[in-house]
Design a protein around this ligand. Structure first.
Ligand SMILES: NC(=O)c1ccc[n+]([C@@H]2O[C@H](COP(=O)([O-])OP(=O)(O)OC[C@H]3O[C@@H](n4cnc5c(N)ncnc54)[C@H](O)[C@@H]3O)[C@@H](O)[C@H]2O)c1
Length: 437
């Protein structure tokens, strides 16, 4: 049993700041307000509906997660953010077309009050948006200062002591860490000279961490997952996590692949194709943003199947991912997966998955859980990379010397054992021997 950590009380309201107030963000805000009014249940949220077993099965202790660890209540959340368009959350939600009018009208007043700050925007990073609601600044350092000022005024106006940031902005052009990202000093110099290697997503992340605001990245854009910002998070003792919400096709992939591996079934190929028609899809219609998403989606199989350990099963996989923008679908994405597997004596079989998903319906509860867990981490004195939140991401952040765990069930165990550890409970090992002996 580990020693319980001291966890500060969750007094007062919690600010949830989202760069990008489009489909995902407004589906979250509308959902929380609807649930608070008793119109719906928080389906898909581990913090609200999940349970956690404590001790042995014979002890029969299985509280709800939210009764076990001290989390903010859903009606203690206050929402804010930034967007490249001036629409309030009601108008943005109508435009996103995820929720029915009847649902939106039930919380119209609350949504109308949520208005975005102007965005730090650069069309070199997101090409397909005719942005109209943007900040003017001299250097990128000034842009970061403006975001910091927004955070401070949001907290002050709403009487908040605590806030978290979850990036829900459009996917930026693909970038890999380079010189300006390797240390905090290099990053800050790059801000001063407005180096084109610094993107808006990085500026929001930098500003949040500077302000002591825990940060998670829901987009596949490069942001806190670079040495400079990890250094800053460690220095400021701020929790960070990312990146790219694990929702439709990749969620399925990280459920099915561990099963194949568990039974030592071979994999010859995995062909995944998607159509989606929302604004996210439109942004991904640009090759540079598409690359960020493809890299993120392609990364998951390797660490689950571990081909070096079983080259006879996984040494020669053809993994293809296609994403196509198809406007008639709106937020109702459709994904097809054809999985070519092989079994005993190498005999071939196929699995087909056709997932008619709703992108933002799957993503909204993830934003809620991340906001509540990031705040918990901060109050429990946990800082830097929060690997236990891998459960929510396609490309989980880990320490540089570690490979990411993408298996959903390992991620779930990691998350729940972390909750047990911070409360000083025994970790669940699922060892059965002690019952028999
Ligand atoms: N299931 C999912 O929906 C899902 C899963 C994984 C990741 N994501 C990622 O989450 C993000 C949001 O998805 P969405 O469906 O809500 O997209 P969306 O297009 O509906 O919303 C994104 C919003 O970000 C705004 N924006 C763009 N650049 C900005 C900037 N620099 N600053 C502030 N705002 C900016 C846009 O104006 C838009 O309103 C995307 O990056 C997407 O790839 C979504």
């Amino acid at each position: 049993m580990s020693e319980a950590r001291e966890i500060k009380e969750q007094t007062g309201k919690l600010g949830v700041l989202m760069p990008g107030m489009g489909a995902v963000a407004t589906t979250l805000v509308a959902g929380v307000e609807l649930i608070n009014k008793g119109h719906a249940e928080p389906v898909g949220s581990l913090t609200q509906l999940g349970t956690i077993r404590l001790g042995k099965r014979t002890e029969n202790r299985v509280p709800k997660v939210k009764e076990f660890v001290p989390l903010s209540e859903m009606d203690d959340l206050v929402f804010g953010g930034w967007d490249a368009f001036p629409d309030d959350a009601y108008d943005a939600a109508v435009l996103a077309g995820v929720l029915e009018k009847e649902h939106l009208n039930a919380v119209r007043e609350e949504l109308k009050e949520v208005k975005p700050f102007p965005a730090v925007f650069d069309e070199r990073w997101v090409a397909k948006l005719p942005a109209t609601h943007t900040k003017s600044y001299g250097s990128l350092r000034e842009a970061a200062e403006q975001v910091k000022e927004d955070i401070r005024s949001f907290k002050e106006e709403n009487g908040l002591e605590r806030a978290v940031m979850v990036n829900c902005a459009s996917t930026e052009a693909y970038a890999q860490p380079q010189k300006a990202h390797f240390s905090l000093e290099a990053f800050e110099e790059a801000l001063d000279r407005s180096d084109p290697a610094i993107s808006p997503a990085m500026i929001y992340a930098y500003a949040a961490i500077q302000e002591g605001v825990p940060y998670a990245n829901g987009a596949p854009s490069l942001a806190a997952d670079m040495p400079a910002l990890v250094e800053l998070a460690d220095e400021k003792e701020v929790p960070v996590a990312g990146k790219d919400f694990k929702t439709g096709q990749t969620l399925m992939k990280t459920m099915v692949a561990p099963g194949l591996k568990a039974r030592m079934l071979g994999l010859a190929g995995w062909y995944s194709t998607n159509i989606l028609g929302n604004r996210d899809g439109e942004v991904l219609d640009d090759e540079k943003s598409l690359k960020s998403k493809e890299v993120s989606k392609l990364s998951v199989l390797q660490s689950i199947l571990n081909p070096e350990k079983n080259p006879e099963l996984y040494g020669n996989i053809s993994h293809v991912v296609n994403i196509n923008y198809y406007p008639p679908r709106g937020d109702s994405k459709e994904g097809w997966d054809n999985i070519d597997i092989f079994g005993w004596l190498g005999y071939a079989m196929q699995i087909k998955i056709n997932f008619l998903a709703r992108d933002s319906i799957l993503a909204a509860p993830i934003v809620l859980d991340l906001a509540l867990f990031l705040d918990l981490a901060e109050r429990a004195g946990m800082s830097g990379i929060q690997e236990w939140l891998s459960f929510y991401f396609k490309s989980p952040m880990t320490l540089p010397e570690l490979y990411p765990e993408n298996d959903l069930f390992i991620q779930q165990m990691k998350l729940k054992n972390t909750l047990r550890a911070i409360k000083g409970e025994d970790l669940t090992t699922h060892l059965g021997l002690d019952y028999c002996e």
